[in-house]
Design a protein around this ligand. Structure first.
Ligand code: BGC
Length: 768
């Protein structure tokens, strides 16, 4: 089956136990590699982006220039202003005067048509308003939160969900979404980890591309498409202490290698806009940062779209201590490359004076206006300024959308534990006690940033289990406590229900409000006394299945040790209930994998799989025997569940890991192939993951880096060969001077089913 002539013996790296050891134990197997002399580094030019100015449409550019010639300064500044509904009709008045470039957080065809009419019927130049909204994981049909979506490890499925979101939002008159949020997050205390794709740049880039494609399609002017927005540029996810809006300080290497890639992927996928972040970055706030907004984004990457500030983030340059006053904030925002201002009005109010004083150039304003108009043409608003109010009536929650929501929800679930095959709960006649604060909480199913999602549309886990249970199943329910679980008053009824059941499904975790924006937490434990509730249920002696509803990794060590089954379901959307039923009753086999590390305790944070080895990597789980190594005295090695981890109701085996060559040139390519077999008795999905590592190089490299993955569905006994093609973009890295290149030396490749263990092979990159 493996057809390569040059096979290199692959070795099996012991898959770590559940409480995974980081892959440092594998370092011992590495062959001694000669360090590559810096002079041997071969520079491979970066691939050109799809957004070089050369691809600009000349016809549109000339229309833009004609408009620019006719615009007054006020009208130009109007194009750079985005406003929400202030409740006093301010946006309507601004539209009439041609001073409203865009709106946010207003949706619905009739409402938006009214604003557009004010603009088209009264403004001098009739430049249509661009309507934006946070359509993050669905508009009315709410899909799993983005962190859950990433857990599918299936970009195509994510693309489909974004396409549905775009179709619904487009019908509601919107033309632009503030998504995808592509911030890398290595700190689960930060509540906004829920909105992104987790900790890894490769997975994050794949999800970014998929979601941009889903929202924009090949032509964002189609009525069922939206302009997308890569946010929050940049470093927002690295907020110190995980405290939202806090400052970030990181090396340029980390910024470029870890935080940039999903944004670059969005640019390459043709994303229309970027949003500048709230945070201070190495001493320069992101919304006034010429290095990131202009030098990198436009200079290096050739981005031709426009940048919108985050909510008042231009005005916030003042409290940052970066701008003296509002005029100074406007100057810094515009000069650094923030084209459109969200909500605050420092541009509109101060730019005329700044121009007069020579503190700002007309050229800078014109360039920002050009960028905004270019995307308005691209969004098709000049040809089609109004939404179809009749079509909107039948646009939402179509059966095929709801079906996809159910499929994606089930695809996002990660089975963390399943002792003695407790799951699935098959067969008739069981009594199931469904307990917990989140079992019947419709809002918690939707999660944070749920667009125009309605809790009436969401099917809760209790409802799903009731309607989908096998014949003869009895369901008992008790809440136990609220999500913040301050008292134990409801525990007795919950324990009583558990005692009278065959199995307990404990639905615990977070409400949607407990994560997302401004929802940082200093602990990752189950909120309040929820753990005590599960402990009381466990004490009945009945088997407990913990179903987690949450938007961040939680510290669930007690559950991992004591309850026989744990299913991570995130905030799974409108079809959470039926999807949980599909998984628990075995109609679907969970196949998701963690897109982020689950720590043992909050004290381990930041903890992520692609760490460095250090000079003293620990290799054994015994601190007395091995004291002076990099580890905690009071914790076993590694995380609770590693990145890429997830179980199944069936079993898989990887074999025949082979590389197409023993050595390649720096500009060469290599293919890694591995066979995956379903060795169990049920249909199931495995996510085959490919990692690489440089055991020595001119700069230290991570213990592993994800470079490929593929989710495959297999029937019992079925085998599939999965191939990964690696080239300079995958094998290169930033050298000592932060220049990208491919260095000669040994490369280790790992094929696995998580970031730990797996099969291992080597090849060498040889100088030309
Ligand atoms: C958030 C953005 C969001 C914006 C508009 C801000 O507070 O940081 O992610 O797009 O509001 O709602």
């Amino acid at each position: 089956m493996i057809r390569f002539p040059a096979l290199i013996a692959a070795v099996v790296v012991a898959a770590s136990p559940l409480a995974a050891t980081p892959p440092m134990d594998e370092l011992r197997d590495a062959p001694a590699a000669k360090p590559a002399p810096a002079a041997a580094v071969i520079r491979i030019p970066r691939r050109p982006t799809t957004q070089r100015p050369a691809v600009l449409d000349r016809r549109i550019e000339s229309k833009i220039e004609q408009l620019l010639k006719r615009m007054t300064l006020e009208e130009k500044l109007g194009q750079l202003q985005q406003l929400g509904d202030d409740g006093k009709g301010g946006h309507i008045e601004a539209a009439k005067k041609g001073r409203l470039g865009s709106t946010l957080s207003i949706s619905g065809a009739a409402k938006l048509n009214e604003i557009q009419r004010a603009n088209m019927e009264h403004s001098r130049l009739k430049i249509p308003v661009l309507f934006a909204h946070d359509v993050i994981h669905g508009f009315r049909t709410i899909f799993p939160i983005p962190l859950g979506e990433a857990a599918m490890w299936d970009p195509e499925a994510a693309e489909k969900a974004s396409a549905v979101a775009a179709a619904e939002a487009g019908a509601a008159g919107l033309r632009w979404t503030f998504a995808p949020m592509v911030d890398i997050a290595r700190d689960p205390r930060w509540g906004r980890i829920a909105e992104g794709a987790g900790e890894d740049p490769y997975l994050g880039a794949a999800m970014a591309r998929a979601r941009v494609r889903g929202f924009q399609g090949s032509d964002p002017s189609a009525p069922d498409k939206l302009l997308a927005c890569a946010k929050h540029w940049i470093g927002y996810g690295a907020a110190e202490g995980g405290r939202d809006y806090n400052s970030t300080d990181m090396s340029l290497r980390t910024m470029r290698e870890i935080y940039f890639p999903p944004f670059k992927a969005a640019v390459d996928a043709g994303v229309a806009t970027f949003m500048s972040a709230f945070n201070d970055l190495n001493g320069v706030p992101s919304s006034g940062n010429a290095f990131t907004l202009t030098q990198v984004l436009r200079g290096e990457w050739g981005f031709t779209g426009f940048v919108v500030s985050d909510y008042e983030s231009v005005r916030e340059l003042i409290p940052h201590g970066f701008a003296k006053d509002a005029a100074d904030a406007a100057r810094l925002g515009l000069a650094s490359g923030v084209d459109m201002e969200m909500v605050s009005r420092t541009y509109a109010e101060n730019a005329p004076k700044l121009l007069e004083k020579g503190l700002l150039s007309q050229a800078a304003i014109d360039e920002s206006v050009r960028r905004v108009l270019r995307q308005k043409f691209r969004a098709g608003v000049f040809e089609r300024p109004y939404a179809d109010e009749a079509a909107e009536k039948t646009a939402f929650l179509k059966p095929e959308y709801v079906r996809l929501a159910r499929e994606n929800a089930a695809r996002s679930f990660v089975l963390l534990k399943n002792e003695k095959g407790l799951l699935p709960l098959e067969g008739p006649g069981r009594t199931i006690a469904v307990i917990g604060p989140l079992a019947d909480d419709a809002s918690a199913m939707l999660g944070t940033w749920a667009g125009e999602g309605k809790k009436e549309d969401a099917v809760t886990i209790l409802q799903g289990l009731k309607s989908e249970a096998p014949a003869g199943t009895k369901i008992r329910h008790a809440r136990g406590c609220d999500a913040d679980c301050k008292t134990t008053d409801g525990f007795a009824a919950a324990v009583d229900a558990a005692r009278n059941a065959d199995v307990v499904v404990a639905v615990v975790g977070e409400t949607g409000d407990m994560n997302g924006e401004a929802a940082s937490r200093s602990t990752l434990d189950l909120p309040g006394r929820q753990l005590e509730l599960v402990q009381a249920l466990h004490a009945t002696g009945k088997p407990v299945v913990a179903v987690l509803v949450n938007g961040r990794p939680l510290t669930i060590g007690w559950l991992a040790e004591n309850v026989p089954a744990i299913l991570e379901t995130w905030h799974a959307g409108v079809q959470a209930g039926p999807a949980v039923a599909d998984a628990l009753f075995g109609r679907v086999t969970p196949g998701g994998k963690l897109p982020v590390t689950f720590p043992r305790t909050v004290g381990q944070v930041p903890i992520y799989y692609n760490q460095k080895t250090t000079g003293r990597p620990p290799t054994m789980d015994d601190w007395v025997k091995e004291r002076y190594v990099s580890r905690y005295q009071d914790l076993p090695l590694g995380p609770l569940y590693e990145f890429g981890f997830g179980l199944s109701y069936t079993t898989f085996r990887l074999s025949d890991f082979a590389l197409s060559a023993t050595s390649i040139k720096p500009d060469g390519r290599i293919t890694a192939k591995v066979a995956v077999e379903n060795t169990g008795a049920r249909d199931g999905d495995e996510v085959v993951q490919l990692y690489i590592r440089r055991p020595s190089a001119s700069v230290t490299r991570p213990v592993r880096e994800l470079k490929g993955f593929k989710r495959v569905s297999l029937k019992p006994g079925e085998t599939r060969e999965v191939a990964f093609d690696l080239g300079p973009a995958d094998l290169g890295f930033l050298g000592p001077n932060l220049e990208f290149g491919v260095e000669p030396g040994i490369v280790e490749a790992y094929a696995g089913t998580s970031s730990s263990g797996g099969l291992k092979a080597f090849f060498e990159i040889v100088a030309r």
